[in-house]
Design a protein around this ligand. Structure first.
Ligand code: SAH
Ligand code: SF4
Ligand code: F3S
Length: 470
């Protein structure tokens, strides 16, 4: 996603060597961090910073961090070790590097980061990054932490990227529609790092989506920590639901596909299910984290629904859209999880049959209620359960992919492939397909015959007619 070709903006600032300044941004964690990283680049562009994909070339290094599991948070400190070496080498050469830690570790740990990592100049939380230019300037005089939840809306202060810049990022784009979380699952840091749930107004989201479409974007993924709890105001000042938002986005010329992520089972209302039946632009794909198949563990997790509630949602979704692909997140080894609880999770996975899934070992997070529970599960049991669940879910994913072989699917072509003459796109079910086809088809949706599969992607061929026309 880095945009190497980017020319520095109108009045570029120069580094000590006289070359235009460059920013390197690395995003960890969820899709929202990827989206925020792009917006950080947008906010630094008018300051004269071009983007670079090489940390060694950068005058400004921003790590947009994730705090969800211990491993994610620790990654940041090992990266900061490398950044420190770069900073020292560059200081010796007379070209300084400024270092920013942004994102959820920044929010959770604040000044602790300055203490642990001497290379860091600025710590900035997810709700303050629209102030980056000013904060970077101030941090030159004194190391700084800004983890406020400001009253102003950061989105109102973020510059819109140029159409060229948008298009260079690809034909599929994220739009944040909702941020934060009020659910307080007992294992999760997100309500603390991202704050309370806030939904953006419909008109602002539509304006963003329209600008993306005008730049050549064909697919938008509406993102939020709890995207189906969306309740932003419409132009009449009434709360709109996510399904209303889909309809408005689907009306925008150029937008051919809509996706959304991530949903909570408690907010899967009838209108959202009906949208899967009625709205052709809405991709037949539902990422709906369940975490566990045991009612006892779900209650301890504060998920506020049972395993059968989840099964019923899946039934409703499949009744509305029979080809819908189901995806989920699972946690194994939550405190108190017994073999029997884990067996319930395996049973739920077998009952639902997922097209894809993410699975994690429970990681105790500071400040969350589950971290202080006394019946923590031993590491070996977590490892065993994860392996068993992974084997089952991998098998289901392979079977799902296998079942598309021989069928024709509409593929949105997104980028050149690894081999010359190849391009890569996605089916409606979010499968990656590699096809021998001209690069001129990038941005188009075309029927593709699925001919085979590798471990992580499918192979496909254009019908002869389409090749002749291209
Ligand atoms: N907002 C999303 C999820 C955000 S975090 C949602 O509610 O679905 C993404 C996933 O990370 C979660 O679904 C969960 O499976 C996992 N996760 C969150 N906290 C975790 C923890 N403490 N240990 C292990 N996995 C965790
Ligand atoms: Fe975390 Fe639960 Fe909120 Fe998802 S719904 S972000 S898992 S607290
Ligand atoms: Fe990680 Fe924060 Fe996203 S903790 S998963 S980057 S909301």
């Amino acid at each position: 996603m880095q945009d190497n070709q980017e020319k520095a903006a109108a009045s570029p600032v120069s580094s000590a060597s006289g070359a235009p300044k460059k920013v390197f941004i690395k995003a960890y964690g969820c899709q929202m961090n990827v989206y925020d990283a792009a917006r950080m680049a947008d906010v630094m562009a008018p300051e004269g910073y071009g983007e670079t994909a090489e940390m060694a070339d950068a005058d400004l290094v921003i790590l947009n961090t994730c705090h969800i599991r211990e491993k994610a948070a620790e990654k940041v400190y090992s990266e900061l070790g490398r950044v420190r070496e770069l900073k020292q080498a560059r200081a010796a050469g007379g070209r300084p590097v400024e270092v920013v830690v942004a994102g959820c570790v920044a929010q959770a740990e604040g000044a602790e980061i300055l203490r642990r990592a001497p290379a860091v100049d600025l710590v900035v939380g997810p709700q303050s990054y629209h102030r980056l230019p000013e904060l970077v300037r101030r941090a030159r005089a004194e190391r700084l932490v800004d983890t406020d939840f400001p009253v102003e809306d950061k989105f109102d202060h973020l510059p819109r990227p140029s159409p060229e810049r948008t298009r260079a990022r690809g034909v599929s784009a994220f739009v944040t529609v909702q941020e934060g979380c009020d659910k307080f699952c007992s294992f999760c840091v997100v309500p603390y790092t991202r704050g309370a749930e806030v939904s953006r107004p419909v008109a602002k989201i539509i304006a963003d989506a329209r600008a993306l479409a005008d730049a050549g974007v064909r697919e938008v993924t509406l993102i939020g920590q709890n995207v189906n709890a969306y309740h932003g105001l419409d132009e009449q000042g009434r709360p709109a639901a996510l399904a209303d938002l889909f309809e408005a986005v689907a009306r925008i010329d150029g937008i051919a596909r809509i996706r959304y992520s991530t949903s909570h089972p408690r907010d899967m209302d009838d209108a959202l299910i009906a949208a899967h039946r009625d709205l052709p632009a809405l991709a037949p794909y539902l990422h709906l984290p369940v975490q566990s198949g045991s009612d006892r563990i779900l209650a301890a997790m504060n998920r506020k629904h049972g395993a059968d509630d989840y099964r019923r949602i899946v039934e409703r979704a499949r009744a509305a859209r029979p080809d819908i692909a189901l995806s989920s997140d699972f946690i194994v080894g939550f405190p108190g999880e017994t073999d029997a609880d884990f067996e319930d999770t395996m049973r739920l996975a077998r009952d639902v049959n997922f097209a894809s899934a993410f699975f994690f070992k429970y990681s105790p997070r500071p400040g969350t209620p589950a971290a202080s529970l006394t019946d923590q599960v031993p590491e070996e049991a977590k490892t065993e359960r994860l392996a068993a669940l992974q084997a089952l879910l991998d098998e289901q994913r392979f079977a799902f992919n296998e079942a598309t072989i021989g069928k024709t699917a509409d593929v949105l072509f997104e980028r050149p492939g690894r081999h010359p003459g190849q391009i890569v796109g996605k089916t409606p079910w979010l499968q990656t397909v590699q096809v021998d086809a001209p690069a001129s088809l990038i941005g188009e949706i075309m029927p593709v015959l699925i001919t085979g599969r590798g471990t992580n992607s499918l192979f496909g061929a254009l019908p002869d007619r389409a090749v002749a026309a291209a």
